[in-house]
Write a protein that binds this ligand. Structure first.
Ligand code: F6R
Length: 253
């Protein structure tokens, strides 16, 4: 796990966007795994700019998003499909038929989950997976638990996640209590993973992710065994990292 401590949110976003741009330069037909939430918004803004300047081309890219709220249609303003359309897809030259977000209103969720995993597999697997992290250590909606799921599945959201995500809804009762999410196996199969974290509220979980033992109570800690993970954090999220003997940490001055 390589850790880069960026000066601020903008620099974190720029570094991540450049990593994606570099991949698309050498592999224009790359398969991207994408995340929603506040953290990657800056990356998407950077990518839109790079696309406008013809420095990154999405015309052959395929994308798979990590998750979607169960019960929300793609045109709901808080659905992750709507988020992706408005924050990235509507503004770049991507073929939206090749952009995939799990269907939150599927008739048969078991089938939807199986088909989502099969589609990723058939596409050749994810080349680069972008991740945020919940302050409870979740990635996608793989919440802390005694057991973790390998494959795409429907999951209950924890009270903490519902509370944290209620900031996007008019009131907490409107937050869906379940979501469909890629499992740990689907995420870990990605060839490269970039995890982003910004702000003070992520400092504790970033220290645990980088410095503590692997535990299903911190789902993101599984990333420690992945061979190609880049963690990019800003200085606030890095505040509790012990910058002593950990030579994998690179501080950008
Ligand atoms: C979103 C996702 C979540 C978020 C996490 C952090 O697709 O899978 O795991 O990455 O909840 O959210 P933010 O970035 O809003 O702090």
């Amino acid at each position: 796990m390589r850790v880069i401590v960026a000066k601020n949110y903008e620099e974190m976003s720029r570094i991540a966007a450049m990593e994606i741009a570099k991949l698309l330069y050498v592999k224009p037909e790359a398969i991207l795994g994408l995340a929603t939430g506040s953290t990657p918004e800056g990356v998407y803004k950077e990518l839109i700019e790079l696309n406008k300047e013809n420095r990154v081309d999405f015309s052959r890219v395929t994308t798979y998003n990590l998750d979607e709220y169960k019960g929300l249609t793609g045109d709901h303003a808080q659905s992750y499909r709507y988020f992706m359309n408005t924050r990235l897809f509507n503004h770049v030259n991507i073929d939206k038929n090749r952009s995939h977000v799990p269907n939150g209103v599927a008739d048969d969720f078991e089938k939807e989950c199986d088909e989502y995993d099969a589609a990723i597999e058939n596409a050749g697997g994810i080349d680069l997976q972008l991740l945020g992290i919940g302050r409870n250590g979740h990635i996608g909606f793989n919440e802390p638990s005694d057991f973790l799921n390998l494959n795409t599945h429907v999951t209950d959201l924890t009270e903490d996640t519902i509370k944290v995500n209620s900031r996007f809804f008019d009131n907490i009762d409107e937050v869906p209590t379940q979501a469909i999410t890629m499992g740990l196996g689907s995420i870990m199969k990605a060839k490269k993973i970039i995890l982003l974290a910004s702000g003070e509220s992520k400092a504790e979980i970033i220290a645990k992710l980088v410095e503590e033992k692997i535990s299903t109570r911190i789902p993101a800690s599984m990333l420690q065994v992945h061979p190609n993970v880049l963690v990019i954090v800003d200085q606030e999220a890095a505040a509790l990292l012990k910058n002593t003997s950990n030579d994998g940490i690179e501080y950008l001055k």
